[in-house]
Design a protein around this ligand. Structure first.
Ligand code: TXA
Ligand code: MG
Length: 339
């Protein structure tokens, strides 16, 4: 299949119009959002959704997020919507926030991988919202990477993974947030955080004081345990290089990596010049948002270093740091070294 590249920087209107046409005709198109690039398909078309699963190599039981461009569309996606969902929408939409609600009838079965619930997000990025409004259809979109690889935060990442497997890529700017949306389930007895993101626990608790943090956010599922969010059970975001998450202060981290042969480091800007092994900086330890923005691109870049092992300095779990830590611990297959 030839993958069309649609330039959304210099030829925005044409890119939006063409992407909308392809999606209306049942095609699959990668589009930028503020979090990561998504691989979009009509949420009403089972065939288009199946093509998304195939292109990504994604397990069929891992459900997709449906994207909307107005609050009115929510009623087409979900049913029995509780008042608290509207309170969340008021506080966090448009933006990097997804809620899980009882599934509406029109949504294609394969979107939810057999579940009775559906995940919904109203993004803030203009491109995807314009494509949803122009096509008039809600778009189911997982991250536009090959399943298991780091999520794509640039159009080039999408091309690297999916060229020849999808109809088109809307080539927009790099994603500003860099980690996927915060996912909260509103279908259980208490609201439950399934995946941390740029909307932080502190912000969520102002609207959802009873919020429970699912064990899968920071821990590996035990054998036989069912994941509240199926995506949490798979190995994720992994570079090809064997990766370890390292917890400790800057001094200990620098001494640790400098004492190792044949490794590389992913570090903070503050310690960059003290490290003697091949290294990439992913932002400042005092600015978790900067770490979020670069975390997936450094996980891709590290493979070009041609080393056996990479040691990644763990961020704090405060604010957006929790989301970065959650992605890194998966990228490292839960291998953590505490100094
Ligand atoms: O920021 C984002 O959320 C990006 C952009 C493209 O919007 N999308 C994204 O999609 O990250 P994906 O498919 O990579 O992750 C969706 C996550 C998975 O962990 C999945 O298991 C969970 O949401 N999920 C989807 N539907 C669910 C449901 N009905 N119940 C529980 N978890 C669900
Ligand atoms: Mg994903």
């Amino acid at each position: 299949m030839k993958t069309l590249k649609l330039d959304a920087v210099d030829n925005y209107d044409f890119a939006v119009k063409t992407a909308s046409e392809i999606l209306k005709n049942g095609g699959i198109v990668a589009v930028p959002t503020e979090t990561v690039y998504g691989l979009a398909a009509s949420a009403y078309s089972d065939d288009a959704i199946k093509a998304v699963f195939t292109a990504k190599g994604r397990p069929q039981d891992n459900p997709l997020i449906v994207h909307i461009s107005s609050l009115d569309m929510l009623r087409d996606i979900a049913r029995d919507i509780p008042d608290v969902a509207y309170e969340c929408a008021k506080a966090f939409w448009p933006g990097p926030f997804t809620m899980v609600l009882p599934k509406g009838e029109k949504i294609a079965k394969s979107v939810s991988g057999g579940l009775e619930t559906v995940a919904v997000r109203f993004p803030s990025e203009k491109t995807i919202c314009d494509i949803i409004s122009t096509s008039g259809i809600p778009l189911a979109a997982p991250s536009a990477n090959t399943s298991g690889r780091p999520s794509p935060t640039t159009a080039e990442h999408v091309i690297d993974d999916l060229k020849g497997k999808i109809d088109a890529v809307v080539m927009g700017k790099d994603c500003t947030v860099g980690v996927e949306s915060t996912v909260v389930s509103l279908v259980g007895e208490k609201p439950r955080l399934l995946r941390p993101g740029a909307v932080t626990v502190e912000q969520l608790r102002k609207v959802l004081p009873e919020l429970v943090i699912d064990d899968a956010v920071l821990e590996q599922l035990k054998d036989g345990e069912t994941a509240a969010s199926p995506g949490m059970k798979y190995k994720h975001y992994a570079p090809k290089t064997d990766a370890f998450l390292v917890e400790g202060c800057s001094n200990s981290f620098v001494n640790f990596v400098n004492s190792k042969d044949g490794c590389a480091a992913i570090c903070f800007s503050e310690e960059y010049y003290s490290i003697n092994v091949p290294k990439i900086c992913y932002g400042s330890k005092r600015d978790e948002s900067s770490l979020a923005q670069k975390v997936f691109s450094v996980l891709r870049d590290i493979d070009s270093f041609d080393v056996k092992e990479v040691y990644i300095h763990a961020p704090s779990k405060d604010g957006v740091g929790l989301a970065v830590y959650n992605r890194l611990i998966r990228a490292c297959g839960f291998k953590v070294i505490r100094l």
